[in-house]
Design a protein around this ligand. Structure first.
Ligand SMILES: *[C@@H]1O[C@H](CO)[C@@H](O)[C@H](O)[C@H]1NC(C)=O
Ligand SMILES: *[C@@H]1O[C@H](CO)[C@@H](O)[C@H](O)[C@H]1NC(C)=O
Ligand SMILES: *[C@@H]1O[C@H](CO)[C@@H](O)[C@H](O)[C@H]1NC(C)=O
Ligand SMILES: *[C@@H]1O[C@H](CO)[C@@H](O)[C@H](O)[C@H]1NC(C)=O
Ligand SMILES: CC(=O)N[C@H]1CO[C@H](CO)[C@@H](O)[C@@H]1O
Length: 811
């Protein structure tokens, strides 16, 4: 075995974080970005300003900084800034300058991905919908109208940043900007109009003279001097590399998880897997890694793209609520510190790699002075490996990389998680179960005669609503004659959901089937002889956000027929249809204080089970500072507002293959709340029951640590394990304001499993639990060394490598 931690290399935790105000002109070479004349290895994380609140920004950025990040990356969201052509909004959650300055205040850099096409699981990929109606426009191609508006917006953002002196060349924090986004994916569809657009976009951006480099991600032929960067899960393995030896290896999106659609389970990417991919990228010469997302946040309002849940990348190192997600956050923090301790060798040393076995490799960075850093990697996904490197023997767990900042001492292995684990839980603070405190208002079922406008045929939904609402009513009048037999209504829609009403009475709904475009409603209906009102509500769950020719996408009803049981089919496509954009309640803004007084709310309607009903109540803020969420587990599908602010779409009735809702808890930022009397309004499309809705708080209740005797000591344990041999320790810490209230499990010996599932093993010191209770209960944090002396001396199982596993609760 290599000398484990006999000499700990001084881990310059602070140096990695402190921003030596040396912002300055940014250039690059084949090794890295060069900021103010200095080469840098940079860790960056995506945080999107409209997906949180200005009140949350300082703490999110502070947690990112404490996690060892050097930079925050964000897209710029065109459609929130210019909702109507020429009318700009940079206030509140959309205050980009404030966000950038907040990052600057905390000493971090900014990577600004202007796009302005951003995808990002965001409505229309970030493009404002009015662009769709610009005559002759073809998005993202060599098309004058598109280029005109793109240049206008990009120039506006650049000049805004310049006038606030935010580019590094002006002493500000922005070190990198991005133009376009993953264009290569769609470029072939534009044929001859693709390549000139790429060249134009690059030249246009470079011409704005920001003094910092531009990059394009997923664009292998990014024109000089624009840097081509990689997005994906495993850039070390899949990326062909920069298209010039003078460009550095940058990774703009290393996915920490995956966004989630309604109907899907969360995607869990382990801390070990992310750390492996990142370490391999650095080992192979990478110099900039951005985690996508570092904090995902919330798709407030209707801004999530098709089917995307309101909660965005909750599995990131900082969760939706702004709480640190462990062990992901802590494991990456250790990785960053370990890599930073190799910075000199990485940036100035000669890079060589050798094979150490069939699936084992070492990457060495060695300076003439003798300074040396090494990354030992084992790509075998199943088996650990024993390798020899410079006269020492190292054990590498399956799919792992060990980092040796002095080419000798292992300070970090990507598969060995030393960070504490945490379990988040929700506590019900108030169930809104008093029927007398609720009011209900049934929205109008729009019949042809009541529709504000009409047209022949079925209109395209997005063009008709201007994408300002999810809802479009289609209604017509149908003359039924019983000789066609029992009627079956057939509706084919490219919207996401359809609700059908016949003569004002609910008749049925449809939603899409995963993997099949469009939704089909087929339902036997009851019709009167003679005239009948057919009212169909087409609902979109977000706009598309990707693909070529986005401007040509269509949605809404495409075909409506009534088929008689005697096989006569009547096509309603050519009928005269009445239309209403949005819901009556939306038009009155009844989710606001003012708007809510415009309708009569019925106390008795709360449990009527009527579809398309608005519900209203008030609630008090839970005391304390824990994040707040609305538990909508008893509802079906719709949208929720608190004090007039949309907290997003909900869709609880859409179950995952395991029968669970994809999302039941919906974040209410504390800044949306008053101490008491908060107006809560729900629009429910189905038959959800508001009397079981609760106001919950979210906190970390469970903590757990596990570590084995032969693990390198934590790079962050206190006091720091510098230059002295200390046994590794389990470090437990409850969130501020709470203490360790109970030890639920503790075993020193050979416990099996990890914090997800565990049991005592063949060797177990019986007093483990009592000992840990003594050391930890009542304290905010505690640290227990993994050594036999600590547990009463003696050696309970000679020869075995022992470990300590502790599971505790915070309260
Ligand atoms: C960047 O370079 C320009 C011209 O070379 C120079 O005027 C400016 O002072 C530099 N900025 C910084 C922050 O060093
Ligand atoms: C050296 O690294 C390159 C990629 O960076 C890789 O393709 C090659 O297999 C490595 N060589 C060895 C011997 O591991
Ligand atoms: C259809 O709707 C109109 C109002 O738009 C109403 O006057 C008429 O009675 C309705 N017909 C039926 C059969 O319900
Ligand atoms: C309607 O057509 C289907 C097949 O197209 C046939 O199976 C069915 O018997 C027909 N029904 C009547 C009432 O003619
Ligand atoms: C959703 C998606 O595109 N995932 C891809 C991310 O990248 C990895 C490899 O880099 C692919 O395997 C995934 O399919």
């Amino acid at each position: 075995m290599g000398t484990v931690a006999a000499v700990m290399v001084a881990v310059v935790v602070a140096a990695g974080l402190a921003w030596s105000s040396s912002a300055g002109n940014v250039t690059y070479d084949g090794r890295s970005l060069i900021i103010g004349g200095q080469r840098k290895i940079l860790f960056s994380g995506s945080i999107h300003y409209p997906r949180s609140t200005p009140e949350m920004w300082p703490s999110l950025i502070q947690k990112a900084r404490a996690g060892g990040l050097d930079a925050i990356q964000t897209y710029v969201f065109w459609n929130v800034h210019e909702p109507l052509q020429g009318q700009y909004d940079f206030a509140g959650r959309y205050d980009l300058v404030r966000f950038v300055k907040e990052i600057q205040a905390q000493g971090l850099y900014v990577s600004l991905r202007i796009g302005p096409f951003i995808e990002s699981e965001w409505k229309y990929g970030g493009l404002p919908f009015w662009l769709h109606d610009v005559p002759g426009i073809v998005f993202r191609s060599d098309n004058e109208p598109f280029k005109f508006h793109m240049q206008r917006f990009v120039s506006k953002i650049v000049s805004m940043m310049k006038s606030e002196r935010l580019f590094a060349s002006q002493g500000g924090p922005i070190i990198l900007s991005q133009i376009e986004n993953e264009y290569q994916n769609v470029e072939p569809a534009f044929h001859a109009k693709g390549p000139p657009y790429v060249r134009w976009a690059a030249a246009m951006a470079v011409g704005l003279e920001t003094g910092v480099p531009w990059m394009m991600c997923k664009q292998d032929d990014a024109p000089d001097p624009v840097i081509n960067a990689c997005n994906g899960m495993n850039c070390a393995e899949t990326f062909k590399g920069p298209n010039s030896p003078n460009k550095p290896l940058l990774w703009t999106e290393n996915w920490t998880s995956m966004f989630q659609r309604f109907g899907e389970e969360p995607y869990i990417r382990t801390a070990e897997d992310i750390a492996f991919a990142t370490a391999l990228f650095i080992a192979r010469g990478g110099s900039f890694v951005n985690y996508y997302m570092y904090h995902g946040g919330t798709n407030f309002g209707g801004f999530g793209s098709s089917y995307v849940t309101t909660s965005y990348y909750d599995q990131a190192p900082i969760d939706e609520y702004g709480l640190i997600r462990q062990p992901k956050w802590g494991h990456l923090r250790e990785l960053h510190a370990a890599v930073k301790s190799c910075s000199d060798a990485l940036l100035t040393g000669r890079h060589k790699n050798f094979s150490l076995g069939q699936l084992q490799e070492v990457n060495v960075f060695e300076e003439a002075s003798g300074k040396c850093a090494a990354f030992l990697s084992n790509s075998d996904r199943r088996h650990s490996a024993t390798v020899q490197f410079r006269n020492a023997v190292y054990e590498l767990p399956a799919k792992s990389i060990s980092i040796l900042p002095d080419c000798h001492t292992v300070v970090f292995n990507t598969a060995k998680v030393n960070s504490q684990w945490r379990t988040r839980s929700n506590t019900v603070r108030q169930v809104l179960d008093h029927p007398e405190r609720w009011g209900a208002f049934g929205d109008r079922i729009v019949s042809m005669g009541a529709a504000p406008f009409s047209a022949t045929g079925l209109l395209e939904q997005m063009t008709t609503t201007k994408a300002e609402t999810d809802y479009l009513w289609y209604s017509t009048s149908y003359e039924y004659r019983s000789r066609i037999g029992r009627p079956v209504l057939h509706v084919y829609s490219l919207g996401h959901v359809v609700h059908a009403f016949i003569n004002g009475v609910y008749a049925g709904s449809s939603r899409d089937v995963p993997g099949v475009p469009g939704t089909v409603l087929e339902k036997e209906i009851a019709l009167h002889q003679g005239e009948n009102n057919i009212s169909l509500l087409s609902v979109m769950v977000g706009l598309p956000d990707s693909g070529a020719y986005l401007e040509r996408r269509v949605a809404g009803l495409r075909r409506v027929t009534i088929r008689g049981s005697r096989n006569r089919t009547e096509d309603l496509i050519r009928y005269h249809w009445g239309y209403q954009r949005g819901l009556w309640g939306e038009k009155l803004k009844i989710y606001t204080q003012d708007g809510s007084s415009k309708v009569d709310w019925m106390a008795s309607g709360v449990s009527s089970g009527r579809r398309l009903t608005w519900f209203k109540t008030t609630f008090d803020s839970p005391p304390g500072v824990d994040p707040v969420a609305l538990n909508l587990g008893s509802m079906g599908k719709g949208e929720a507002w608190v004090n007039g602010l949309s907290i997003g779409r909900y869709w609880v009735s859409r179950r995952t293959p395991n029968g669970r809702p994809s999302q039941s808890l919906y974040h209410i930022p504390r800044s949306f709340l008053e101490p008491s009397g908060n107006l809560l309004v729900l629009f429910e499309e189905e038959t959800g029951n508001p009397l079981q809705v609760s106001v919950d708080t979210i906190s970390v209740r469970g903590i757990c640590g596990v570590i084995s005797e032969d693990h390198p000591p934590s790079l962050f344990s206190r006091p720091p394990p510098l230059r002295q041999r200390r046994p590794p320790s389990v470090d437990l810490q409850c969130p501020a304001g709470s203490t360790i209230s109970a030890v639920d499990f503790a075993s020193f010996g050979t416990p099996t499993g990890d914090c997800r599932s565990y049991a005592t093993g063949g060797c177990h010191v019986f007093s483990s639990k009592a000992f840990v209770e003594e050391a930890c209960v009542g304290k905010e944090e505690c640290s227990i060394s993994v050594s036999a002396e600590q547990f009463g001396g003696g050696n309970p199982c000679p020869g075995a490598v022992k470990s300590l596993l502790v599971v505790a609760s915070c309260g």
